[in-house]
Design a protein around this ligand. Structure first.
Ligand code: ADP
Ligand code: MG
Length: 721
């Protein structure tokens, strides 16, 4: 059953049944009825109460059955033991949309979980959809119907932001902060336990909703990641999506043997997913609200260059520093701008960026200065700092003056930092009417503007393409099928053959059992080789002393072989020796890692970064969720701190970036084709110093065993409880 199209009934119900209303002041049932009434609901309200005939001037009905019509929406807030019975009554009456406010379900343990399952069964039986349980309800300020079906103590301001929140309590706090900032909402949904409806059900509606220009998501977990990802991406292409994610500090789910597994936590995975979808991810509640304000009012910047105008030096400098810290630029003005400012401002004023108009600045000075810097082609955005001036002007008067030069004149975003008391002379609403968001602190404005620039840049770039390479998938399937029954790790030799089938750039390699064969191979190739002892028990070969490289003579090969024999002799029982891998030696100093780890929630996550035996020390890595687009791969290469190594430095020539992109995409294709791969390390991928050649010189592939996946699911379920 699909909700699409039916969201309307949740947001714009023409009639509403309230089950569990109460006359007792302070009770939930009382507050709820009051909220509906106070917000001026224009539809028909039916309070349901078994004994009371009338409440707040409204006629009450003893049961849902007794209602004179089938209401579009019912809200249930009875005791937890009675919820199932009421839901059943909704079904019988033919109500298809229900909000369950009552708590005491999955969030309380096994018994509650069972109660919740019962609700799902009823919903399924009657073909109804419900929000919650354990939620705060929803509101819709934008519509003609004026619905506030939530018990939020704060009256929402109308606006253009839709807010979906998993937590009710946090939502209350955010709605309150929003009220202080005068941030207005179009829609609000408290998702609660998400037993039936989740955010994914509402995203398609918000995409089309003309009253919503910005979407805020507070997430504690992610369900149906594939669908979620798809809708997030579609939504971001049209309107900005801001996300606040709880549970960041959670480390990787299980002790991992692969490098990629050790470095990939679920936070990295979700962050990667957000980035791929153009979602603006925020870490702090304050930024979440302030950034929403910026997006809801201001136009997107066309670039990162900001002008600062101020009536006080110190706050101006602090603002410049905050902007630069956030990754924006405060650049010099064009000559004509400086000349014009010189004419305009007193001698003591500074006409460079930041413009210090000094304390005598009036609303006229503000207006003219703003006008002058706005038409400078070097400038993409303006931050106006207002410190409560000692002279005869107020922020409200400045706002009034701004009105005469805006909005016809510019498509550049303008922010105000108002370092003054937010009283009636502050003109907050007047600025907001001009699409100028007002912030109390320089840092707030800077971070919000930077977030807008990040989003604008994401939107400007051409969307990525998902490429498919011609590979020998059947050969890889055969190899995997042959190996699956045995150990957790594929034999390295099998792994090499799989990489070969998928067209990865590899050094020449051969598996031998005898010294003579190693020598023969060397003569045959006529280039330096490396010998590696392969055994399922050896995790890190170099740590075990079984990698002997740069062997360029038969004597060197004999000596290395001899050493391998000694190492084997020192570990008589533990090691089952598969053979010795003879590999072409790739001379070069640069080493990268590319790997995949299977996240319990999001599936395969791909990692790229500085490689070699010290990856966990560098921790210089970037992530994307599989499948990758070519744009994802390109961005990954550039996101690591040491991305300059790709461009070359000193005697190292630049590498062929396209070849690395190609490799990441082949990796994405490989794990998409084989979901049973639970982790994979290509470590290292080496580049020759002349930049001409890239090759994978070490590989490890781990396969999901059914037992392990079952125990992981078990863990996942426990955590949810
Ligand atoms: P392990 O990671 O199991 O210790 P590797 O096969 O990655 O073993 O080898 C360890 C290190 O030896 C690599 O990180 C790399 O620096 C170097 N190395 C391995 N194979 C080659 C090769 N074919 N050419 C050049 N250097 C190599
Ligand atoms: Mg290695």
């Amino acid at each position: 059953m699909c909700l699409e199209g039916n969201c309307r009934k949740f947001f714009d119900p023409h009639s509403l049944a309230l089950v569990g209303v109460s006359r007792k002041p302070g009770s939930l049932g009382h507050k709820f009825l009051q909220a509906v009434r106070q917000f001026g609901y224009r539809g028909r309200v039916y309070p349901v109460h078994p004994t009371v005939p009338e409440m707040e001037g409204l006629r009450c009905y003893p049961s849902l059955e007794a209602l004179p019509e089938v209401p579009d929406l019912a809200v249930i807030m009875v005791k937890k033991e009675q919820v199932a019975r009421m839901l059943e009554a909704c079904g019988k009456k033919g109500i298809h949309h229900v909000i369950i406010i009552t708590a005491g379900f999955r969030e309380t343990g096994d018994e509650g979980r069972e109660r919740e399952m019962e609700l799902l069964k009823i919903a399924y039986r009657y073909g109804l959809r419900f929000l919650g349980p354990n939620c705060m309800g929803l509101f819709n300020t934008g519509s003609q119907i004026r619905l506030n079906a939530s018990f939020s103590p704060t009256q929402p301001l109308p606006g253009t932001v839709a807010f979906l929140s998993q937590s009710g309590a946090l939502a209350v706090a955010i709605l309150e902060m929003a009220r202080t900032l005068r941030l207005g909402f179009s829609k609000f949904v408290s998702l609660g336990n998400k037993a039936d409806l989740t955010e994914v059900d509402f995203l398609p509606f918000l995409l089309e909703d003309p009253e919503t220009r910005v979407v805020m998501l507070y997430q504690e977990g992610i369900e149906r990641p594939g669908t979620f990802r798809e809708w997030l991406y579609r939504l971001s292409c049209r309107k900005p999506v801001l996300a606040l994610l709880a549970g960041r500090s959670q480390s990787a789910a299980r002790a991992a043997v692969s490098h990629t597994g050790a470095l990939t936590g679920s936070t990295e995975a979700v962050e990667a997913l957000f980035r791929q979808c153009g979602v603006v991810s925020l870490e702090r509640v304050q930024d979440f609200v302030e950034t929403a304000l910026a997006f809801s009012l201001a136009r997107l910047p066309g670039g990162p260059r900001v002008a600062v105008i101020t009536n006080a030096g110190g706050p101006g400098i602090l603002t410049v520093e905050a902007l630069e810290r956030a990754g924006l630029q405060v650049v010099p003005f064009q000559e004509k701008t400086r000349r014009r400012l010189r004419q305009l401002l007193p001698e003591e004023a500074a006409v460079e960026n930041p413009v210090d108009m000094i304390a005598s600045a009036t609303e006229i000075t503000y207006r003219e200065t703003l006008h002058t810097v706005l038409i400078d082609e070097q400038i993409d955005a303006v931050v106006v700092v207002i410190v409560r001036p000692p002279v005869d002007t107020t922020p409200a008067r400045i706002a009034r003056e701004f009105q005469t030069v805006l909005p016809s004149e510019t498509d550049k975003p303008i922010f105000v930092v108002l370092m003054a008391h937010w009283d009636e002379t502050a003109g907050i609403e007047a600025f907001h009417r001009l699409n100028i968001p007002v912030f109390a602190y320089p840092d707030s404005a800077a971070r919000a503007l930077a977030a807008m620039w990040t989003y604008a840049r994401w939107k400007q770039q051409p969307p990525g393409k998902r490429l498919s390479y011609p590979v020998d998938q059947e050969q890889a399937a055969r190899l995997l099928a042959g190996a699956k029954t045995s150990a957790r790790f594929l034999s390295e030799y099998v792994a090499w053959q799989i990489l070969q089938a998928y067209g990865f750039p590899l050094p020449a390699f051969a598996m031998v059992q005898h010294l003579e064969d190693a020598l023969e191979t060397f003569r045959d190739w006529n280039k330096p080789i490396v010998l590696k002892l392969l055994s399922p028990q050896i995790v890190h070969k170099s740590d075990a002393g079984v990698v002997w490289g740069n062997l360029d003579s038969e004597d060197a090969i004999r000596a290395a072989w001899e050493r391998l024999q000694q190492v084997i002799a020192a570990h008589p029982e533990e090691w089952a020796v598969e053979g010795v891998l003879v590999q072409e030696w790739i001379p070069g100093q640069r080493e990268w890692i590319a790997g995949v780890h299977k996240d319990a929630r999001l599936g395969h996550v791909l990692m790229f970064g500085l490689g070699g035996v010290l990856v966990e020390v560098w921790k210089d890595v970037s992530f994307r969720v599989v499948p990758l687009s070519d744009r994802d791969a390109r961005e990954m290469l550039r996101e690591i701190r040491a991305s300059k190594l790709l461009d070359g430095t000193r005697h190292l020539a630049p590498v062929k970036e396209n070849d690395l992109v190609d490799m990441l995409l082949r990796l994405s294709q490989l794990v998409s084709d084989f979901p049973e791969i639970s982790s994979l390390d290509l470590n290292p991928i080496m580049a020759t110093d002349d930049g001409q050649r890239l090759a994978v010189v070490d590989v490890r592939i781990e396969i999901y065993s059914p037992e392990e996946s079952r125990s992981n699911q078990e863990k996942g379920r426990k955590k949810k409880a």
